[in-house]
Design a binder for this molecule. Structure first.
Ligand code: DX5
Ligand code: ZN
Length: 225
């Protein structure tokens, strides 16, 4: 199944005093807007939470891709689905029963995503692919923007892509961390079809142009998983 690449700019790299204008800057260019929620427990960093997402949701029609880097996602994730997030991704490391939470999120009207951090092997989670809509492979250690892309994470991407293809599943395979013009092709070749980009978009003079360039690079890279 061929699907055109999704580019999801991360507002973590935008000016937090001007989030509404940050999403307006990518309207018409971005497929999703990636919202990094960090709780100072699951990761050391602290960012934004539900009230900001609820307010920002009203400022744009771009689908929200919420990435929860939080403990106890069972308690908090459904609120993001109810707030109108398109996709809500929680971390495998923080969740005891990912299939149950995915089901809850879908019942609340969102797509359900499962994220795998740098130090977590993906094999135990391949069996769960039929129960999620998005599988997010971190290509850095979750917690901070602006880190260097780790190509060694692409073995996990290849494993997931092979399983998706073998089972003919409808799952988006997303990568997050250090995605830029000089790294996106490797990730696309490994089989990723959704790409988070913070610094590469919001650090660019023209964020919309940066998105288009990233999408072109991904779209013109054949998968070799
Ligand atoms: C980090 C976040 C990422 C971050 C990516 O833990 O999950 O989404 O914003 O930022 P860049 O693209 O700058 O690596
Ligand atoms: Zn993220």
């Amino acid at each position: 199944m061929e699907s055109s690449p999704i580019i999801a700019p991360s507002i973590l790299a935008a000016d937090f005093a001007h989030l509404a204008s940050a999403v307006h800057d990518i309207e018409g260019a971005a497929d999703w807007v990636h919202v990094d929620v960090m709780d100072n427990h699951f990761v050391p960093n602290l960012t934004i939470g539900l009230p900001v997402v609820q307010s920002l949701r009203k400022a744009t029609s771009i689908p929200f891709d919420v990435h929860l880097m939080i403990t106890d996602p069972e308690r908090w994730a459904p609120g993001y689905a109810e707030a109108g997030a398109y996709n809500v991704t929680f971390h495998a490391e923080a969740c005891e029963n990912p299939v149950a939470l995915a089901k809850t999120l879908r019942a609340a009207g969102a797509k359900a995503g499962l994220a795998i951090d740098r130090d977590t092997p993906v094999e135990p989670y391949l069996e769960l692919l039929p129960y999620v809509d998005t599988l997010l492979i971190m290509t850095i250690k979750a917690g901070f923007g602006g880190q260097k892309f780790m190509p060694e994470m692409l073995d996990k991407v290849r494993d997931v892509r092979r399983r998706i293809t073998a089972k003919n599943l409808e799952v988006r395979l997303e990568v997050d961390g250090g995605i830029a013009a000089d790294t996106i092709e490797q990730a696309a070749e490994a089989g990723a079809d959704a790409f988070v980009a913070g610094t590469a978009v919001y650090g660019a003079a023209d964020p919309a142009e940066a998105i288009r360039k990233l999408r072109d690079l991904a779209a013109n890279t054949p998968v070799r998983a």
